[in-house]
Design a binder for this molecule. Structure first.
Ligand SMILES: [Zn+2]
Length: 269
């Protein structure tokens, strides 16, 4: 990002000028207030943007995941170990889902986007995030029959008003033509937030939390499912969802997320 364009720099320059001249302070305050009230600021750097909620400079700072990566978990490799080589994690700790793909690494910029979508009602971010997911998951989507977003418990859905995974899944449905099923998979009990929990705690927190509604089983039975979520950390939530879907006799489950934590030991959330 251009240092001259950073909001703190431009605000402090404005302030110095105003104090030095000893006038126009009110007009400056009004202008700053107007600036802050503008509807679309880049969610990451707070510069005004046209249209979608992230400026080009901040998009460029995201770490998009590209080959080479583990064909099972989508974890990027530092060097190319050759075709079909799996990551250590895929061998040591295989999940219930067959494959996972992520658009970006979960770093500071990705975290800002995910939190803004999740907690600040920045639904304007979903189209761009969903398009990048559709691109990262092309291989999975070409073989898929149905998209299933990770559900919220209804109590949390009420307080947050909408499900961010559902918002991303709707964009991916539009991009890929794969049909969306928002009602088949339910969160049957509320779970604690996964933030701050260890890997085994995360797994037990979500164990038995998801279930396929009996009357909806025919929508997904025998189908190839792609689960949609915003972030993959330990994979415990997606694993619990995949188990519930497999119990309901889907043909296969893959997982597609916006961002994944690449080193869970060094980058906890
Ligand atoms: Zn920006």
């Amino acid at each position: 990002m251009n240092a001259e364009a950073s909001p703190s720099r431009s605000i402090s320059t404005h302030l110095r000028g105003a104090l030095g001249a000893g006038r126009n302070a009110w007009r400056l305050t009004a202008r700053l207030a107007l600036h802050i009230a503008l509807p679309t600021l880049c969610v990451s750097c707070r510069e005004p943007v046209d249209g979608e909620g992230v400026c080009a400079a901040c998009w460029a700072k995201l770490s998009f995941i590209a080959q080479p990566f583990c064909p099972k978990l989508g974890i990027p490799f530092v060097y190319d170990p050759g075709p079909e080589m799996l990551s250590m994690e895929a061998i040591a700790n295989p999940p219930a889902y067959a494959r996972a793909r992520a658009a970006v690494r979960y770093d500071d910029v990705a975290r800002t986007l995910v939190h803004a979508l999740k907690y600040q009602d920045r639904t304007d971010l979903a189209p761009a995030m969903g398009r990048w997911m559709a691109r990262a998951g092309r291989e999975l989507l070409e073989e898929a029959d149905v998209l299933v977003p990770v559900p919220l418990h209804w109590r949390r859905g009420w307080s947050r008003r909408y499900n961010q995974s559902g918002a991303l899944a709707r964009i991916i449905e539009r991009q890929s033509g794969v049909k969306l099923s928002t009602e088949a998979l339910k969160r049957v009990r509320p779970t604690q937030q996964q933030i701050g929990l260890s890997r085994p705690q995360r797994a037990s927190n979500v164990q038995g939390a998801f279930k396929v509604a009996t009357e909806r089983q025919s929508e997904i039975q025998g189908r190839r499912v792609v689960l949609i979520d915003d972030v993959l950390t330990s994979g415990a939530t997606l694993d619990a969802c995949a188990r519930a879907l497999l119990r309901a006799k889907v043909a296969s489950v893959d997982a597609l997320v916006f961002a994944r934590v690449v080193d869970t030991h060094k980058a906890p959330i």
